[in-house]
Ligand binder design. Structure first.
Ligand code: F6P
Length: 319
């Protein structure tokens, strides 16, 4: 019987469990044994493997987080540790490794592949900053979580006629801010990819108030600037009461949306197909609605661009 292993690493993302389930169940159909590696690359270095059966992945499709646990393993940057991981895989007769996670995870996977390990990547990160795929697992859920928060904040913002600054995650990327700001009807969206003009932000707020708007919502990506400082400046410049909400890790948890469960199921199925055809060193992705495969090298060396059209659309509509 062929053996493969799967791990989740880096920041967790809703839908990771749906991906694990789809790997295990697709492999079961083909008579392939699946091992789960606990806590990402840490478990590879320290040989923490569990057996994953069809039953052990039951009742997880709707759960956020990851049943395999996760970690950010700095030790994995050391080539000796990566060699140790390869030796473990060889010792247990594991033919390929599925890595589920964001840029750091895919980079770790790519480095392992350079040592001769058969690696296949599956993109999962709420940040949606992974090149080679239009969407990563977890992004849709995170955006909907932010949207729910924006809706709630609108109620209290209207009652008090206040300005609200809402800080969202995304590391160096403004993808969550853009999608949630556009869908949430934010007055301004600040992202690290594009410069912003504070006077223009305040001008838009004041113009809205002059037209009778009862509140203003500014969505700011964490990689752009400090929301707390921004709030102070905006309150001073606009002379309107301002509050700041930092959504933080609420964006990483929660039950995955239907879109994320379906995406995870499709990408993991593609990953198993790649294994069966011996097409290693690839990441399963989604482009224009179609499941694709791109090289891990292109993912690691690439950069995901922000959709400028969407950004302009948000500006036009938030008049
Ligand atoms: O990569 C996902 C992410 O949630 C980023 O948006 C955020 O900057 C980071 O992880 C937070 O990481 P940690 O949970 O390790 O503090």
């Amino acid at each position: 019987m062929k053996r493969v292993a799967v791990l989740t690493s880096g920041g967790d993302a809703p839908g990771m469990n749906a991906a694990i389930r789809a790997i295990v169940r697709n492999c079961a159909h083909k008579g392939i044994t699946v091992f789960g590696v606990k806590r990402g690359f840490y478990g590879l270095i320290y040989h923490d493997f569990i057996n994953l059966t069809v039953n052990s992945v039951g009742d997880i499709i709707h759960r956020g987080g990851t049943i395999l646990r996760t970690s950010r393993t700095r030790e994995f940057r050391d080539v000796n540790m990566r060699m140790r991981a390869k030796e473990a895989l060889d010792y247990f007769g594991i033919k390929a490794l599925f890595v589920i996670g964001g840029n750091g995870t895919l980079c770790g996977g790519y480095e392992l592949s350079k040592l001769g390990v058969n690696v296949i990547g599956i993109p999962a990160s709420i940040d949606n900053d992974i090149p080679g795929t239009d969407e990563a697992i977890g992004f849709d859920t995170a955006v909907n979580t932010v949207l729910d928060a924006i809706n709630r904040i609108r109620d209290t913002a209207t009652s008090h006629e206040r300005i609200f600054i809402i800080e969202v995650m995304g590391r160096e990327s403004g993808q969550i801010a853009l999608a949630s700001g556009l869908a949430g009807g934010a007055e301004s969206i600040l992202v690290p990819e594009l410069p912003y003009d504070l006077e223009d932000v305040v001008k838009r707020i004041n113009a809205g108030i002059a037209r009778g708007k009862l509140h203003s919502i500014i969505v700011v990506a964490e990689g752009c600037c400090s929301a707390i400082e921004l709030g102070k400046q905006i309150e001073k410049m606009s002379r309107h009461e301002t509050r700041v909400t930092v959504l933080g890790h609420t964006q990483r948890g929660g039950t995955p949306t239907a879109a994320d469960r379906i995406l995870a199921s499709r990408l993991a199925t593609k990953a198993v197909e790649l294994f069966i055809s011996g097409d290693y060193g690839k990441m399963a992705g989604i482009q224009d609605g179609k499941v694709t495969a791109v090289s891990l090298q292109s993912v690691v060396e690439g950069k995901k661009e922000l959709n400028r059209e969407l950004y302009e659309l948000a500006r036009v509509l938030s008049i």
